[in-house]
Design a protein. Structure first.
Length: 272
């Protein structure tokens, strides 16, 4: 009788190998055979998702506006990086022409603008909607015809609990843009549900990312700012990028073939 010890994942693999006898073929990942395109993949949630997708067998195109942030992914087998400004419609079209239609599109690029309605300028409004909404619209518009021709695909849009889900102080234009993402997600899901295309949104609460650190460090009292972010999480901690990436893997996989138009809240109980 074989004695199994150690890591649960390794244990499962060993049991499956033993059941197959002496043959030790590699186990297929949940995204094996799929191609994924990820925006804002240079850091934070996008980077964690790129790595999680590769671990699950996908071929990944990791894009970001900042080439320096992509350098850490360049040597990862299964990942090809490209610089992409998602607000540049011509550049969006060009990358789809280059790589073809992905099986999974993860629209992760976004910007968090602070302040209430009295503090919001037209420039804040325009930039937030151009990046958080318009760019996502153009990304979906670019991949949908190919997905229709292929007979399916999964689109995952990054939203937030700061949206139509919950009011959050000092997040006026951010919340407005992320609410638009939810409406857009449901609309596209409804229009293409009969063509094998699934469109879902992820709505996190506060996640520990480099962009969060930048906002915290820009505040008058960074120590207190971090305490305030943590205090609004009932679980008493921030989320981490890998937790969001796990949900993105699930939505990109065939396990969710019966899920579309959904908003997947992952918020540590913030909206309870």
């Amino acid at each position: 009788m074989t004695e199994y010890v150690g890591n649960h994942s390794l244990l499962l693999q060993q049991i499956q190998r033993d059941n197959l006898g002496t043959q030790e073929e590699p186990l297929a990942g949940r995204l094996t055979g799929k191609t994924a395109l990820i925006t804002a993949a240079g850091q934070g949630i996008g980077r964690a998702t790129a790595l999680a997708y590769v671990d699950e067998g996908a071929t990944v195109w990791a894009t970001d506006i900042n080439p320096a942030t992509l350098e850490s992914l360049d040597l990862t087998p299964g990942i090809t990086t490209r610089v992409l400004d998602v607000t540049d419609t011509a550049a969006v079209r060009a990358i789809i022409d280059e790589i073809g239609t992905p099986d999974i599109l993860f629209n992760c690029a976004g910007f968090v603008a602070g302040g209430n309605i009295l503090e919001c300028s037209d420039q804040d409004w325009d930039f937030s909607f151009n990046l958080n909404v318009r760019a996502m619209f153009h990304m979906m518009q670019a991949v949908l015809p190919g997905m229709v021709d292929k007979g399916g695909g999964s689109i995952i849009n990054m939203s937030s609990v700061a949206s139509s889900l919950q009011g959050v102080v000092n997040r006026f234009v951010y919340s407005a843009s992320k609410a638009a993402v939810l409406g857009m997600t449901k609309s596209v899901a409804a229009d293409f549900v009969g063509q094998g295309i699934r469109v879902n949104a992820i709505a996190p609460a506060t996640v520990q990312t480099p962009s969060l650190d930048d906002r915290i460090n820009a505040s008058p009292d960074p120590v207190q700012a971090r305490k305030d972010f943590i205090a609004r999480q009932p679980m008493g901690r921030l989320g981490n990028p890998e937790e969001i990436a796990s949900l993105a893997v699930y939505l990109g996989s065939d396990e969710t073939e019966y899920i579309t138009g959904s908003v997947q809240v992952i918020d540590g109980g913030m909206t309870l």
